[in-house]
Design a binder for this molecule. Sequence first.
Ligand SMILES: Nc1nc2c(ncn2[C@@H]2O[C@H](COP(=O)(O)OP(=O)(O)OP(=O)(O)O)[C@@H](O)[C@H]2O)c(=O)[nH]1
Length: 490
Amino acid sequence: MRHHGSECCASDDALLEALTGPIAPSPKSVLGRRDAALDPLLIAAAFASGPHVTRNHYHHDFFPGVMMPQEEGGIDWSKFTGDDAAEKEERRRRLVYVSRQAPRSKRLQHESDQDGKENNVPCGKTNNLPLATPKKRRQSVAAATGTTNESETAPSTSAIPPPVVVKCMARTRIPTPHGPAFLHLYHNNRDNKEHLAIVIDPAQLTDTVSSSSVPHIRSQSLDSVWSDSETEMDRITRGAFVGKLSPTKFKAAPPVPQRLNTNIPNHAPPPLIRIHSECFTGETVGSMRCDCGEQLDEAIRLISQPIPLPTYPPTQIPGRGAVIYLRQEGRGIGLLSKIRAYNLQDLGHDTVTANIMLGHKADERGYEIAGAILRDLGLGSEQSGEGVRVLTNNPDKIQALADEGVKVVERVPMIPRSWKARNPNLAVVSPHLGIDGLPKDAGVDSFGRSTGATLIGGGAVHGEDLDKYLRTKVLRMGHMLPLWLEDPEL
Ligand SMILES: Nc1nc2c(ncn2[C@@H]2O[C@H](COP(=O)(O)OP(=O)(O)OP(=O)(O)O)[C@@H](O)[C@H]2O)c(=O)[nH]1
């Protein structure tokens, strides 16, 4: 039923308002915007620092501080009469308008120095690396999915970054369940992260640098002398020592300018290495969404195995190689995004799609820093005279290392322990693994648990989440793992 007349219209408006909320006022009834006549921030700044302060001048002042006569060099201007010519001149000379706030570039440098580093100052005098270049801007979802053109998403500066330079800041011995390792901490000029190298070369624990039949794996940047004022104890404290340190025995390493190897027995296999990306969830929390913790443990275990030599009588040399541990959490997208990606995965998306939905690429990692660290350790480089064997299933890593000039002579597959356990025939891949996929020679602690089998929890990592994750790596990321291993009947 329709109503006519003003009375009916008024009740229609009331009904409409009751149903939908207040009716928006007509343009005529809207008041014009009024900005505050006085900016409260400006007033606060003026009260805080003096009459000449605006919001852009906060922390700028006449120096020495007019408002702080007690400061060193300050003058109590309240005693100033203005009659004395010498006093006048003094006032003119000393009242120089300067900023007490450091220039923006210095403040940014200070912030970046603080960023994520507990202490980046080595012992003695430092000749630290130049600052990292600014972080790349995050791509938009559209850019990641390829719906915009390059120019829209390109960062404003097209400068080519300088070649990666790495410097080993410190090295120390770490006993692991698989044997001793040397942890190396690196700085670089590309990012602010502390990438690591876990060097396995127990032959170095003897006193001299060249006592074994194969060359030791040592960092050239660490062993070199950093400054004239550096003492022998400075060098030892940052890890440039030979043998094993003890309260009574310590010897600084000789600086090694060039590593020319003439001493490699031709029957000794090249060092075994792994480029490993950080995974807080898999390595620290023990998450079974991925096999990262297990892979790290397995890599250290495999590299630590003594190497039998085909000699008569049979001999063996200690395991030799390194894990380059890159701070590339979540394949480079960071922990925050990885955690969000896990929720998207629980909603049914796979790991690749989840990354893309968050505006990332499937994989945002680069391996230039890894290449530079390997060169610093003399692994797979021209001068070392030998290639490296690489533990990975990821073809991108092999290609990236080759692009970095690293000589890769063999890819050694990383088969998940749970898959090995399902197919006992695979035990032949590693004679050291028992039928359960655990190392045959793993120790057993007082609670009956295998030690050193994985970093958290012991045993092989398995479960529905992990199966999905591994499947996606094979099917969507081209990882070189035989998928049929999934079938427990095989
Ligand atoms: N974005 C994302 N990253 C993950 C996920 N699970 C593990 N990672 C990260 O993946 C990295 C390890 O990479 P993987 O793809 O497992 O293996 P890879 O290093 O490429 O290849 P391998 O050498 O064969 O192990 C680590 O940085 C983990 O933090 C996930 O679900 N999403």
